[in-house]
Design a protein around this ligand. Structure first.
Ligand code: NAD
Ligand code: TYD
Length: 352
């Protein structure tokens, strides 16, 4: 019997690298191909430890290139796709929305087409799993939670592009009968996150005694989930989800930005052996992000009841471990912030 072959896109990024590590180690009889363009956010150091596994192949490539994708699909005959590759940062989407349309919308449609062409309407034991965000639901008031039936109401070019890609995935299920699943997750944190997102950016700034730019009044709420808990949810959804369904994934863990930043500052003072209160002095309130969503919070009851998943990492412990990881992995942090690693990868993988 043919060995099962799974494509993971974006597996050199933050969440994707944790998913690759979990699945490659857990399923030694399945072949995994990690397709990643290695943009500024993709980094092979994130998955160094799986590079030599017999059931793992890395391919540098671009989901915006339809012909390339079709060749890749014809070569590996994928049974399943776990699609994480994306432009993922809201602030960058405000600067350059078109890049988000190209990668997140057109890239996703290219993958759907390549899967449809390969599978030719024979969808037995096949699955296209699309990883999305809670940001597609827009912004909550003081109360309430996002459920799987909350209407889409994206406000940033990033969330608009993810919403569009979700709609395309559902349309391939409804129109062509493709077996698809979508999950919408809250804010992730943990090791290997590019230091443009709030938590790693602030850890790095505190370390270097640089100002901590808090947008607006800091009274924005996010629901934080440890990245390994998200990776576990992705594994369970890929294995057990009902075809055509959507699952919300969240931490049941709401923090206002300012409360989170205070906690982070206090933990950093302890770890860096600085006098209590020194990191908080770095907090600087700056101009707000345009279109800034007030509050995100996920109701993860469905995945809990139907698939038995729940978060396992307590936030204070997870945050403490995350800080330890960034302080220990100075070389990683210096590489990604200096940009030198890009030159290295271009040299190593310039020809795909
Ligand atoms: P990331 O920015 O860390 O990683 C994205 C990866 O995609 C990188 O390795 C990058 O090189 C790759 N990539 C980008 N453009 C590509 C292209 N054209 N072709 C091939 N590869 C390309 O992102 P992340 O935070 O790991 O997020 C992964 C997915 O999860 C995204 O789809 C994102 O929308 C979703 N998500 C993220 C969060 C979060 O908090 N980070 C929460 C919910 C959902
Ligand atoms: P971010 O990590 O960019 O994730 P997202 O916008 O996808 O939720 O930001 C998390 C929150 O932190 C969000 O409310 C914006 C805020 N923020 C700041 O206040 N300052 C910053 O420098 C950054 C990057 C984010």
């Amino acid at each position: 019997m043919k060995q099962k072959s799974i494509l993971i896109t974006g597996g050199a990024g933050f969440i994707g690298s944790h998913v690759v590590r979990l699945l490659v180690n857990k399923y030694p009889d399945t072949q995994f191909v990690n397709l990643d363009l290695l943009t500024y956010a993709g980094n092979l150091q994130n998955i160094e430890d799986v590079t030599h596994k017999h059931n793992y192949t890395f391919v540098r490539g671009d989901i915006r290139e339809a012909d390339f994708l079709q060749k890749l699909f014809n070569k590996y005959h994928f049974d399943g796709i776990i699609h994480l590759a994306a432009e993922s940062h809201v602030d960058r989407s405000i600067e350059n929305p078109s890049a988000f349309v190209e990668t997140n919308v057109i890239g996703t449609v290219n993958l759907l087409n390549a899967a449809k062409n390969l599978w030719q309407n024979d969808y037995k034991n096949k699955l296209f799993y699309h990883i999305s965000t809670d940001e597609v639901y827009g912004s909550l008031g003081k109360t309430g939670l996002f459920t799987e039936t909350t209407a889409y109401d994206p406000h940033s070019p990033y969330s608009a592009s993810k919403a569009a890609s979700d709609h395309f995935v559902r349309s391939y299920h409804d129109t062509y009968g493709m077996p698809t699943v979508i999950s919408n997750c809250s804010n992730n944190y943990g090791p290997n996150q590019f230091p443009e997102k709030l938590i790693p950016l602030f850890i790095n700034n505190i370390k270097h005694n640089k100002p901590l730019p808090v947008y607006g009044d800091g009274q924005y709420t996010r629901d934080w989930l440890y990245v390994l808990d998200h990776a576990r949810a992705i594994d369970i959804i890929f294995d057990k989800a009902k075809i055509g369904e959507t699952y919300n994934v969240g931490g049941f863990n709401e923090y206002t930005n300012i409360d989170l930043i205070h906690l982070l500052c206090d933990l950093m003072d302890e770890k860096l052996l600085r006098p209590k209160g020194s990191s908080r002095k770095l907090i600087t309130f700056v101009k707000d992000r345009p279109g800034h969503d007030k509050r995100y919070a996920i109701d993860a009851t469905k995945i809990n009841k139907e698939l038995g998943w729940k978060p396992s990492v307590n936030f204070e412990q997870g945050l403490s471990q995350t800080i330890d990881w960034y302080l220990k992995n100075e070389v990683w942090l210096n590489n990604v912030t200096s940009g030198d690693y890009q030159k290295y990868y271009n040299k190593m993988y310039g020809n795909r």
